[in-house]
Design a binder for this molecule. Structure first.
Ligand code: NAD
Ligand code: ZN
Ligand code: ZN
Length: 346
């Protein structure tokens, strides 16, 4: 089958032919209908060899949806032809975190060599994807594959971060979204659907600010030297009760700290290498700072339910598998509006 692989440190990913996978006992084989392109892949492909904890080549794609093509021995509860979304952060399945559905925080996964598809295990940017266990699959139940696939990460990750901040996002509060890209433009919609907060989006690109307004941001502000003053003015000097940083670079985490209100919450979701010092006097009183990773299985079912209820409109642009390297190049250049989605059979 055809697959998009990251093969050489620092080089662009390549479309190659690899052996057709076959499901072993307990596994499920999916015919991939759509695979999402995440900025984390670009971060991964920018790392030096010693910073990778797995060997290349790697088939990319940690957002995936597909149709069940074959069941390994002993698999029940699914049938060939079922349309499913893949929960990506695979854990051991037996520890306390996994029992809660928080496989994203499984403390045993690394030692056991369990890695998410596309982030160590072969990913969804291929004609077929092997899923290690049926518990990683959530029924699509009528959702369109292209619109649904970004929800497995670009939806789930902000959903998890926002859910933690819900008690602070009362009427009259403000939520700031830094970076209105794949994750950020879904975050704006999640905030509108789940909270009465005023939503302020920040980006360095006018196109992304336009997208943020289009999907529901009350305000869209250029992320430049004037951003702190602009947001303070919008909040009568108080700042934002929640700040979600979908860039996570040194200037944006500093910005997040400057935009937070007393008792506010800052979520550093972007993996841009920034760090925010926490100590008495460095931030407004009692600000909470966290760096969440992905979300739980239960939260994925909630995000998909919200989409089914019509509350989310993910902006996508689609590419064939042969065009996938172009999708990554466009993402790197900041040219993707919303999420790029690869159609391996398209
Ligand atoms: P993206 O490229 O689609 O979006 C990033 C957006 O940030 C773009 O719109 C860009 O214009 C904007 N931006 C860049 N610099 C900015 C600045 N200084 N101020 C304001 N906006 C700025 O990327 P994405 O796929 O949405 O991913 C966003 C980040 O989240 C990446 O760092 C990615 O690796 C990370 N991520 C983290 C998790 C997690 O679990 N923590 C999960 C998925 C993605
Ligand atoms: Zn991702
Ligand atoms: Zn576990």
């Amino acid at each position: 089958m055809k697959a998009l692989q990251y093969r050489t440190i620092g080089a662009a990913p390549e479309v190659v032919t690899v052996p057709d996978p076959e499901p072993g006992p307990g596994q499920v084989l999916l015919k991939v209908t759509a695979a999402g392109v995440c900025h984390s892949d670009i971060a991964l492909m920018s790392r030096p060899a010693e910073a990778l904890s797995f060997a290349l080549p790697l088939t990319l794609g940690h957002e995936g949806v597909g149709t069940v093509a074959a069941l390994g021995a002993g698999v029940s509860g699914l049938a060939e032809g079922d349309d499913v979304a893949v929960y990506g952060p695979w854990g051991c399945g037996t520890c306390a975190k996994c029992a809660e559905g928080k496989e994203n925080y499984c403390p045993r996964a690394e030692a056991l060599g369990i890695r998410p598809p596309g982030l160590g295990a072969p990913g969804s940017m291929a004609e077929y994807l092997l899923v290690d266990d049926p518990r990683h699959l959530v029924p699509l139940a009528g959702l369109d594959p292209v619109a649904a696939v970004p929800l497995t990460d670009a939806g789930l990750t902000p959903y998890h971060a926002i859910k933690r901040a819900l008690p602070r996002l009362v009427p009259g509060s403000t939520a700031v979204v830094i970076g209105a890209g794949g994750l950020g433009h879904v975050a704006v919609q999640l905030l509108r659907a789940l909270t009465p907060a005023r939503v302020v989006a920040l980006d360095i690109s006018e196109d992304k600010l336009r997208l943020a307004r289009q999907v529901g941001a009350h305000e869209a502000v250029l992320s430049d030297a004037g951003a702190v003053a602009a947001v303070r003015e919008l909040t009568a000097g108080l700042g934002a009760q929640a700040v979600f940083d979908f860039v996570g670079a040194p200037p944006t985490v500093t910005l997040a700290g400057a935009l937070a209100a007393i008792e506010g919450e800052i979520s550093i979701v972007g993996i841009g290498g920034g760090a925010l010092p926490v100590g008495f006097g460095t931030l407004p009183y009692e600000v909470t700072v966290s760096s969440p990773y992905w979300g739980s299985r239960g939260e994925l079912t909630e995000v998909l339910a919200l989409a089914r209820a019509g509350a989310l409109s993910v902006h996508t642009e689609t590419y064939s598998l042969d065009e996938a390297p172009l999708a990554y190049e466009r993402l790197r250049q900041g040219l993707v509006d919303g999420r790029a989605v690869i159609l391996p059979h398209g």
